[in-house]
Structures are given as structure tokens and as C-alpha cells.
Design a protein around this ligand. Structure first.
Ligand code: UT7
Length: 329
């Protein structure tokens, strides 16, 4: 019997209009364009403005765009998975808010919280529902409104993050193309170095948590940096080894866009020339779960059926991993 795999049959993405440039950040905190460019590679990031506009504001546009682009009716969708750490509310999940806004009444939906590795986790999960035969059409979203949890008085974090995301449609194929393999890893000790402390059940929102700025991202950048390079390197190596891949027969590497220096270090360690590495961090900064679909969306015209592609990410949790897929159209 032929193996059923999950093929990506369409992609759509969205970033808000407002561009927060390095120049504007210079007027907000003690930083400068030269530091931000040389230490991170970021030139500007997009910010979703407007009261009451959460991640689902972007998510609904993304899913609506994906349905139209792929000529898919809302009622054909079996499952929507949304990877995000900035859902509209603590509950319910943003996948179902998006489903409601777009008019998807069939099937079910849920969120996955794996921070910057969210898209890898969600894509791998969605692919299993397709491979098992339980679902025929799955939408996987990677999306974050990081500006909602960033302290714009903290120069160590506010220069890095931005808002945006994208989604893919997964459908079954009997071809060789589609989702092939994933190395997914996590280690909860990472919570000490990258987290948002308050607003959950351990430290519910109070006047004190607000005064202490505990509803913002906390990051020990240097520690996270080291773990990120190591985690992405080891997972890329593992997924390539067990699928007999080399830098020569991989067409594209899609790294999470957290820091240009991390991207370069990871590419060098795996011997990938930078021409094969998708990079758009200069335009959008770190959109957490949004970075990988935003890259695939921008590179869509250059991708060819059968291309071997490696996705890799590292983020809060810690979570990290690498996914191997063959582009299906
Ligand atoms: O996506 C999820 C996972 N996250 C990551 O992968 C992020 C990993 N970490 C990083 O990308 C980097 O650590 C950062 C971009 C966050 C920071 O870069 P760094 O080169 O590690 O800087 P640092 O934290 O070691 O700070 C170096 C200096 C410090 O000054 P002193 O103590 O040497 O005087 C900082 O205070 O740079 C200073 N600094 C800044 N200066 C100007 C920190 N932020 C800024 C800033 N502008 N925005």
C-alpha cells in the first residue's frame, strides 16, 4: 500500500502595515541603528496597531487569503492548528476564534504553544492527522503579535520582535513529496532564560505583576543564543543523517529568524551556502511562530516540486527541532 503523506498545497501570510524602524526605536530607548543591524540583522519590524486587535486579526486575514488562493471552501477544512504564544486570550484558543471569524464550522481546531518552534510542532502534528487518514484538509498557522508582550522601554528585547505570520494548507498525497521527517526536542529548564512570568496560574495578573513588568518577555539573550545555535545544529544534523541528505541535495534551509548571527552560524555548521538559506529578518524581525511561514511565502515562486527543504527553529520552552519536507508543487 502506498504511503500517504501531508503535502503543502498552498501558503499565505500577512504582516501588518506599520513599520517600526530602527530609527524610530532610537527615539524610544537607548539604542542605535548600527547596534541593531550588526548584532541582530534587523532593519525594521511590523506592528499591529489598534485597540482590541489580537493575533486573530491577522490570523483571519491569513486563513481567508489561503482559502481563496487554494479555491478551498470553509466547510472542507477538517482541522485548524494555530501555533502562537500571543493568542487573543488565555482561553479560548485562537484557532477557534480564527475559525469563527472566517466561517469554518466543520471539524475542530486548537492552539499549540511551542514559542518560536511553534510552526515546526504544529506542522508535524497536522501532518500526522493527514498521514493517519483522519483529516483530508488541515490548516497550520504560525502567528504572533509579539508587540503585545514586549516592554518598549527594554532595549534588550524591544528591538528584536515583530508581528506577523502565515499558514499552509495540508492535503494527502501518495507521491514522494510532502512532510517526510521531524526531529523535535524540548527541555523545560529553558523556562528560566526565556519566559513571560505573569498572567498564567502561577502569577495571575495583579497590580503588583503589572508594576513589576512581569507581563512582558524576559530573555537572557546570551544564554538563549548559545542554546539556539547548538539546538538547531544538532537537530539539522540528525534529520539530515537519517534521511541521507547532504548540503548538496538540500535545496533550501528555512531557519527561524531570531538573529542573523544565529542564522549564519547554523548555515556554516551544516555547510549550507547562504544562497540556499531563506532570510527576511531585516524586514520583519522575530515574529516567533510566524517566521518560517513568512519565509516560505516570500520564497514560494522560487520553490520547485520535489525540492528538499529543511525547516529549523529554537525558542521558549526550550523547544527546538528540524523538519524535512519535499515541496509538493
Ligand atoms: O527566538 C527565540 C529565541 N531567541 C533567540 O534566539 C535570541 C538569542 N539572543 C540574541 O539574539 C542576542 O543575545 C541578543 C540580540 C538578544 C543580544 O545580543 P548580544 O550580542 O548577545 O548582546 P548582549 O546581551 O551580550 O549585550 C551586549 C551589550 C550590553 O552592554 P554592556 O553590558 O556590554 O555594556 C547590552 O546592555 O549590548 C547592550 N545592548 C544594547 N545596546 C544597544 C543590549 N541591547 C542593546 C540595544 N542597543 N538594543
Amino acid at each position: 500500500m502506498a504511503t500517504t503523506r501531508a503535502a503543502i498545497t498552498g501558503i499565505f501570510a500577512y504582516v501588518p502595515e506599520y513599520r517600526l524602524t530602527n530609527k524610530e526605536l532610537e527615539t524610544m530607548v537607548d539604542t542605535n541603528d548600527e547596534w541593531i543591524r550588526s548584532r541582530t540583522g534587523i532593519e525594521e519590524r511590523r506592528i499591529l496597531k489598534g485597540v482590541g486587535k489580537g493575533a486573530s486579526e491577522m490570523g483571519a486575514k491569513i486563513v481567508q487569503g489561503l482559502l481563496e488562493k487554494t479555491n478551498t471552501k470553509a466547510e472542507e477544512i477538517d482541522l485548524v492548528i494555530c501555533a502562537t504564544v500571543t493568542g487573543d486570550m488565555v482561553f479560548p484558543d485562537t484557532a477557534n476564534i480564527i475559525r469563527d471569524k472566517v466561517g469554518i464550522k466543520s471539524g475542530f481546531g486548537y492552539d499549540i504553544n511551542a514559542a518560536c518552534s511553534g510552526f515546526l510542532y504544529a506542522y508535524s502534528t497536522g501532518a500526522q492527522f493527514i498521514a493517519s487518514g483522519m483529516c483530508k484538509k488541515v490548516i497550520v498557522i504560525g502567528l504572533d503579535k509579539m508587540s503585545s508582550i514586549i516592554d518598549y522601554e527594554d532595549r534588550a528585547t524591544c528591538v528584536i520582535f515583530g508581528d506577523g505570520g502565515g499558514a499552509v494548507l495540508l492535503e494527502p498525497t501518495e507521491e514522494e513529496n510532502g512532510f517526510r521527517d521531524a526531529v523535535l526536542r524540548s527541555d523545560g529548564m529553558g523556562r528560566h532564560y526565556l519566559h513571560m512570568k505573569a498572567g498564567g496560574s502561577a502569577y495571575p495578573a495583579s497590580a503588583e505583576t503589572v508594576a513589576n513588568k512581569e507581563h512582558y518577555v524576559y530573555q537572557e539573550g546570551r544564554t538563549v543564543f548559545k542554546h539556539a545555535v547548538r539546538g538547531m545544529n544538532t537537530s539539522i544534523r540528525e534529520v539530515m543523517q537519517r534521511n541521507n541528505l547532504s548540503a548538496n541535495n538540500v535545496a533550501w534551509v528555512v531557519p527561524h529568524q531570531a538573529n542573523m548571527r544565529i542564522i549564519t552560524a547554523v548555515a556554516n555548521a551544516a555547510d549550507f551556502p547562504m544562497e540556499k538559506v531563506m532570510v527576511n529578518i531585516h524586514k520583519y524581525g522575530n515574529t516567533t511562530a510566524g517566521t518560517i511561514p513568512l519565509c516560505l511565502w516570500e520564497w514560494e515562486d522560487r520553490l520547485k516540486k520535489g525540492d528538499n527543504i529543511i525547516l529549523t527553529a529554537f525558542g521558549g520552552g526550550f523547544t527546538w527541532g528540524a523538519v524535512y519536507l519535499k515541496w509538493a508543487y
